[in-house]
Design a protein around this ligand. Structure first.
Ligand SMILES: *[C@@H]1O[C@H](CO)[C@@H](O)[C@H](O)[C@H]1NC(C)=O
Ligand SMILES: *[C@@H]1O[C@H](CO)[C@@H](O)[C@H](O)[C@H]1NC(C)=O
Length: 168
């Protein structure tokens, strides 16, 4: 747990450095996906994630494996494993507080948690962990989960102090 936390901190720092060479309108998203440590929790299916802020602005990440940082030979979403993903996309207006998870494939998946860190130039870093703890069942047709925590008023998802929205 200690090491995981440290590597996240390093990755945020790394993202900040890489970011300065990127397009100034983009943000860097780092995503940890934890698969449940229960029988048959793992899946070969693909995962699409929609990130939203409190204004309902939405960023789709189609086939999250394309953002995978675990190597091309890695089997993503394995039983009891934590997989790491990162990529850049347009910044949302505020911190991510709602996600939609879509499982696309032929076998089910138990999602334990999804943690998202957002970094952008001139914006505060934000971090949010969604404790999902649900089956996505492609056979029963419940392969889509909306987890909206935008109305929860906890401020600890914002790491920095600067307001996220800057004038254009
Ligand atoms: C950044 O990317 C957006 C969309 O891809 C583009 O419209 C904009 O011109 C780019 N800005 C710079 C500074 O390159
Ligand atoms: C997942 O996505 C990859 C790459 O787009 C594709 O080759 C593969 O068939 C997909 N798997 C499933 C189960 O849909």
């Amino acid at each position: 747990m200690e090491i995981k936390h440290l590597s996240l901190k390093l990755l945020i720092l790394f993202s900040c450095i890489v970011y300065t060479y990127g397009n100034a309108t983009d943000c860097v998203y780092t995503i940890y996906v934890e698969t449940g440590n229960i029988p048959l929790a793992g899946t070969r299916s693909n995962l699409t994630l929609f990130l939203s802020d409190s204004t309902k602005a939405q960023l789709p990440i189609v086939n999250l494996k394309d953002w995978g940082l675990m190597g091309s030979a890695h089997n993503y979403f394995g039983h009891g494993e934590v997989d790491l993903f990162a990529g850049k996309g347009p910044c949302l207006r505020g911190p991510v507080c709602s996600i939609i998870i879509v499982l696309d494939g032929f076998d089910n998946w138990y999602c334990q948690s999804i943690e998202i860190t957002t970094v952008g130039s001139g914006k505060s870093c934000s971090q949010k962990k969604f404790e999902v703890k649900k089956w996505l069942d492609v056979i029963k047709g419940s392969a889509v989960i909306l987890q909206d925590e935008c109305s929860d008023d906890d401020d600890d998802s914002v790491v920095g102090n600067d307001p996220l929205e800057r004038s254009k």
